[in-house]
Ligand binder design. Sequence first.
Ligand code: COA
Length: 265
Amino acid sequence: MTTAMPDLEFVTYACENRLATITVNRPDKLNALNDEVMAQIDAAFAHAKADADCGVVILTGAGEKAFVAGADIGELATQTVRGGKAKSLRGQAVLANIENLGKPVIAMINGYAFGGGLELALACHVRTLAAETKIGLPEVGLSIIPGYGGTQRLPRIVGRGRALEMILTGRPISPETALLFGLVNRVAPAAELRATTEKLASAMLGNGPLALAMATEAVLRGSETTLEEGLRIECDLFGIISSTSDMREGLNAFLEKRKPDYTGQ
Ligand code: COA
């Protein structure tokens, strides 16, 4: 049974058939991220982590226009000299919690994803994008730089040259380019985006939850180190997964020609 998350002003959580949806809900400001919104996103992901009924999370934005149009520019404009670094550190910590959730997170980019909005999507494991929208990192146009991990995660996903083009021009890219860059995994018309995203989610939900967590960990930790060290991380995790009931259940279910019944143990 899904436990209810306390009502939050700017973020909603709903879970059905093991698929949770976290929605940033500040549509009058195109879901822009102020400190309160960031704290509530963190709370919603903490809830998803603890919710035994949640196997995969979709992160999206409320309204027709935006996923998240960036960090709240009004709040940035009143920032103190020392506040900038602290804000960046707080935001980075929230995004790290998403990346290390232990459950797959899909960013369903239903509209504008600029600045902190795109950075939020970059911390998710895969991304789907509405065909009518554009995404980008326009920060340098405001004479700031990406501060929620954009300068680090974007080059790791699309390569340094493409990332630098996006960051230094500040120009948005089209869905076709985003797909070509490997920045998003699927593009679909807005009306079909939910169905496309759910198809991707349900392909993940059928798999062993511990295997999903450990495979993600191997990819994330392994891509930050040497091949030799990455292979060691992989075999350590392979050893751990081999000690689980779910691994025996997965293998036995195949041999017995039945659907596996995973317990996450
Ligand atoms: N921070 C704070 N408020 C924002 C915002 C942001 N990043 N992005 C949009 N908003 C607010 C607007 O100020 C406006 O509020 P108002 O109605 O009280 O004036 C409301 O959201 C609607 O935005 P608006 O600009 O009228 O919508 P639009 O459809 O004409 O344009 C965008 C949409 C996304 C192109 C435009 O809002 C924009 O350029 N936003 C900033 C994007 C950005 O630079 N993000 C990175 C920040 S570091």
